[in-house]
Design a protein around this ligand. Structure first.
Ligand code: PMP
Length: 360
């Protein structure tokens, strides 16, 4: 049976990416590697919509989030962690682990963050050094209005806190104009919309963020962004890079460039709409506030008495359709359909028809 992997990451790998993964190993200290690495970083700048540095780390998305924090925050610094779900909570927890004085501004799961509430919190805590925010909350299928949040943060002027964005389930699928919105650090990883296997974290770092990083004592050897940047300028990494994952990411990025960013965003929007309409037509519900629905992941709610996990299990066993489950307080209550990266309407049509059969 063909597996229709529709979890919100890791996402299915296109043929070209699978082929790239089978390339023979090369020296990570060769001219060939330097060319691969420099080309990849330049094209990632385009995908991140930034002229700032993009850095690459062997880590999952969580590693990218931790690298962003440990390089910019000193123990005792005030940080505002805006959370609308499971991954917003994780960002707050990472900052706490790094010793920050974290104020959590949380919103009900399924809702987006209210920029006015962020503004009020920043006014109440003027020494806030950084704002942590999730662009697209994968646990609830909600996309924050990051443009409005960025505007609120920057309305504080020169001394405004750094804006640090978890864009794990958005870069390469949702429009995130990093420079135009003034996002200081944007982090994502390889296994979502970039269509590569897990293993690479990516971060864009603004000149403003670099100024803070340069004044922040280094507290992580492996996640030292200064060292990463220094070596990247030479086309190398401080430690052994994830070479095969980079071959794969190269192929995924090529697919995005061939399709064109605007077309990629439009395809995700079209498929997001298609998914939501299909779910509603089946008599099922959407967890997300309709104004902030995500075009990369749809969180589906079920009528009382219907067991979301039992339905997911039947989808997998009888139809080869693999959906994500609920996380945290939503465990067992919802199903999450991933539609980012290598996805077409046909993939979603197959999910909908399998669901229809089970509901009947
Ligand atoms: N943030 C978001 C929004 C995510 O969707 C995920 C992964 N699902 C993460 C962070 C964590 O990424 P990873 O599992 O690669 O560490």
């Amino acid at each position: 049976m063909h597996t229709n992997l529709r979890i919100p990451g890791p996402t299915p790998l296109p043929e070209a990416v699978l082929r790239a993964l089978s390339q023979p190993m090369i020296s990570h200290r060769s001219a060939e590697f330097k060319q691969l690495f420099k080309g990849l970083l330049a094209d990632l700048q385009h995908i991140f919509q930034t002229e700032s540095d993009v850095l690459l780390l062997a880590a999952s998305g969580t590693g990218g989030m931790e690298a962003a924090i440990v390089n910019t925050i000193r123990p005792g610094d005030a940080v505002l962690a805006v959370s609308i779900g499971y991954f917003g909570d994780r960002f707050a927890a990472i900052a706490e682990t790094c010793g920050a004085r974290v104020t959590r501004l949380t919103f009900p799961w399924g809702q987006a963050a209210d920029p006015e509430a962020i503004k009020a919190q920043l006014a109440a805590q003027p020494d806030t050094r950084a704002v942590l925010v999730t662009h697209n909350e994968t646990s609830t299928g909600v996309t924050n209005d990051l443009g409005a949040i960025a505007a609120v943060v920057h309305s504080l002027g020169e001394g405004s806190p750094l804006l640090i964005v978890d864009a794990v389930s958005s870069i390469g699928a949702l429009d995130l104009p990093t420079d135009a919105w003034g996002c200081d650090i944007v982090t994502t990883c390889s296994q979502k919309a970039l269509m590569a296997p897990p293993g690479i974290a990516l971060l864009s770092v603004s000149p403003r963020a670099w100024r803070v990083i340069e004044q922040t004592p280094t507290r992580s050897y492996y996640f030292d962004l200064k060292a990463l940047r220094r070596r990247a300028a030479e086309g190398e990494t401080p430690a052994t890079p994830p070479v095969s994952d980079m071959f794969a990411l190269r192929a995924g990025v090529d697919l995005i460039l061939q399709e064109g960013l605007t077309n990629v965003f439009a395809r995700h929007h079209r498929i997001g709409e298609y998914t939501r309409q299909g779910i509603l037509a089946l008599g099922l519900g959407l967890l997300a506030d309709p104004r902030y629905v995500s075009d990369t992941v749809t969180a589906v709610t079920f009528p009382p008495g219907m067991d979301a996990d039992a339905i997911r299990s039947r989808l997998r066993k009888e139809f080869g359709v693999v959906l994500g489950g609920g996380q945290g307080p939503l465990k067992g209550q919802i199903a999450r359909i991933g539609h980012m990266g290598y996805v077409s309407e046909e993939d979603i049509a197959a999910v909908l028809s399998a669901l229809r059969a089970i509901l009947a």
